[in-house]
Design a protein around this ligand. Sequence first.
Ligand code: SF4
Ligand code: SF4
Length: 414
Amino acid sequence: MQYRTMPAGGDRLSALGFGTMRLPLKEKKIDEERATRLIRDAIDAGINYIDTAVPYHNGESESFLGRALADGYRERVFLATKLPPWSVYSRGDMDRLLAAQLAKLRTDYIDYYLIHSLTRQSWERMRDLGVIEFLEDAKAKGLIRHIGFSFHDGTEAFREVVDAHSWDFCQIQYNILDEYHQAGTAGLEYAADRGLGIIIMEPLRGGNLARDVPDEVHAIEAGATVRRTPAEWALRWVWNRPEVTVVLSGMNDEAQVRENIRTAEDALAGSLTEEELGMMAQVRDVYRARMLVNCTGCGYCMPCPFGVDIPGCFAHYNNYGLFGKNPAFHYYIGQMVGIMEKESYAGLCRRCGRCLEACPQHLPIPDLLQDVSRTFEGPLFALLRRALKHLKVLYPHWTHLKNRRYTSRKTKEA
Ligand code: SF4
Ligand code: SF4
């Protein structure tokens, strides 16, 4: 296994990390026996960075991992999990969530603790609720070793979050299609220049760069001097960056684990030749030609006074062009209907025209948003939006009740 050094603290982390959001299933639940074997075999083969989070596998991933890492496996890995901003309404919630995570993971400390899936909006809310004080406090108590954040917004917002604290590391989405999207290459270099370790998620864009690969891509890759699968080329392209510390892969079968471990072995920074990088640029162009909007995700058009997440809407619309409606719709609902923060879907556009001048690509933003709205915001979207509005009213009350029960239980125990 290839190991790379985390700048803060000097941990030697396996270049391949195990993401636990797509574990093997049996009757729609984690196949505990097989998943445990998969993770333990991966650790025996040299993987030492394991990533989980509260919502993975409907909340079961952390508890499962606590059991899977028994028998001495916990001590052999660096464990990463995340604080879910959408469940946090007060500083007390942060403390309770961390305590529950430690209990589920059956450990006294988390090696790498992240604020989950930050956007500018969720960052500002968490900052105002005192998340930095909470993280520093937990670190001082030895409950967490390194603090960081995972991120899904534009480059400008990314720079703001990086500059807001002396983070140890960050986790960003990065692959051949995201050079100019979300944090992008500019964000990757910005964070690395400031000493942050970089964990990469979605190196295969949710597996899409390995599945249903267009014939043109196969034809381009067939011309390379070495035979490799599309997944291997895409992973090597990410590992080629010296700024990258760990690449996460949500692995769910034995062959995939074996292939990724073998690839990670010699996918060193700077190991791709000029010719191979040129070939990957051609692959990227094939995918880019399928994009529906030439939006670079720069974010200059933001903020929209009516709350539209303009680059986010176009990113989902492009995913629709690239990979089809189902996966794109799923993510559009997740982000735009306001599950985590405020609503930001295309249909909120009031055609005020304020964004038009700011766009360096001179995109007809309101017209394009209308196309996005027509594509994604049908009757099912409207229904889900209404249901979520009701849930959002009820959820804080439910959380408050749950917290009161937790506090009174702890008081009795004390
Ligand atoms: S035109 Fe639409 S997207 Fe652009 S700023 Fe106005 S409301 Fe927002
Ligand atoms: S719409 Fe234009 S300004 Fe807005 S993110 Fe895309 S390219 Fe940048």
